[in-house]
Design a protein around this ligand. Structure first.
Ligand code: PAF
Length: 276
């Protein structure tokens, strides 16, 4: 795997690959890579001739400076984890990507106005800024995103639609720890006790499937989360899997999912589950 740090090197690598008529699979990441990322990279490996991974902690998608500062940065172990599967790792500096502060403004409509978009003002604009630039530079045939960040995928689909980007967006299933906790770079910030306690998030979501309709599911999840002293619920929403708008009964949409965000101490974890 070749590590590149500049946009010029990235564009040259893409040009070379394209001139050979090869397909490109792309996995954008913020590093602190784990087996969830690896599953995206392995899938990209299977479905494309050449695999690019970006490793960049994007400051403009953090609405909380403390979260940005504490976000784990583990480039050496990242490179070791993915070296056998990716061909290029693009690991630029902040100055390389943002020599001046970005001014792009996106409006993704209803899919960004709920849940993460409502809880983290500016977050999805920041995601749009970096993903648009990366897709423009890498021009992948396929770009891979994990379904833990389900709303992010909806926003990126809207970005791709609005900007006429040709890349196919490929959603990939959540990868979980043996205890059920959804893999996340933020899990590294949990203490061993918090890590074990956090397994309750998925347990509660799984049990919520047996509770009946939306009001019962909501009441169950909220009550179960409240029982755990380390947890503070940010939100739990039950929504249409396409529009991401709240539903009041499971019959209201063809696909319905639950979306949860919980603070475990000061670490913010998200997860989701499908009801139908
Ligand atoms: O999902 C992430 O890790 C980030 O939001 C992404 C897509 C790499 C953009 O910075």
């Amino acid at each position: 795997m070749l590590i590149i740090n500049t946009i010029a090197e990235l564009k040259k690598a893409v040009e070379d690959v394209k001139s050979e008529g090869k397909t490109i699979g792309f996995v954008p990441t913020m590093g602190a890579l784990h087996d969830g990322h690896l599953s995206l990279i392995k899938r990209a490996r299977l479905e494309n001739d050449v695999v690019f991974v970006s490793i960049f902690v994007n400051p403009v998608q953090f609405n909380n400076q403390d979260d940005l500062i504490k976000y784990p940065r583990t480039l050496d172990s990242d490179v070791e984890l993915i070296g056998d599967y990716a061909d290029y790792a693009f690991a630029p500096s902040v100055e390389e990507i943002f020599p001046t502060p970005p001014t792009e403004e996106y409006h993704f409509g209803p899919v960004e106005e709920v849940m993460e978009g409502a809880a983290r003002p500016g977050h999805f604009n920041g995601v749009g800024v970096i993903v648009r630039r990366l897709l423009d530079w890498v021009q992948p045939d396929k770009a891979y995103f994990g379904e833990k960040d389900y709303q992010q995928i909806a926003v990126i689909r809207e970005l791709v639609r609005q900007c006429g980007i040709q890349s196919e967006i490929v959603p990939c299933p959540i990868v979980r720890e043996p205890n059920g906790l959804a893999m996340s770079s933020r899990n590294r910030r949990l203490t061993p006790d918090q890590f074990e306690t956090s397994a309750n998030i998925y347990r509660i979501l799984v049990e919520s499937r047996k509770q009946g309709d939306v009001p019962q599911i909501k009441a169950f999840v909220e009550a179960e989360i409240a029982k755990i002293s380390d947890f503070k619920l940010d939100y739990f929403e039950i929504a249409d899997d396409k529009t991401l708008q709240t539903v009041h009964s499971l019959a209201e949409a063809d696909g319905v999912m639950g979306f949860i965000t919980v603070y475990v101490g000061e670490v913010r974890l998200i997860d989701n589950i499908r009801y139908k």
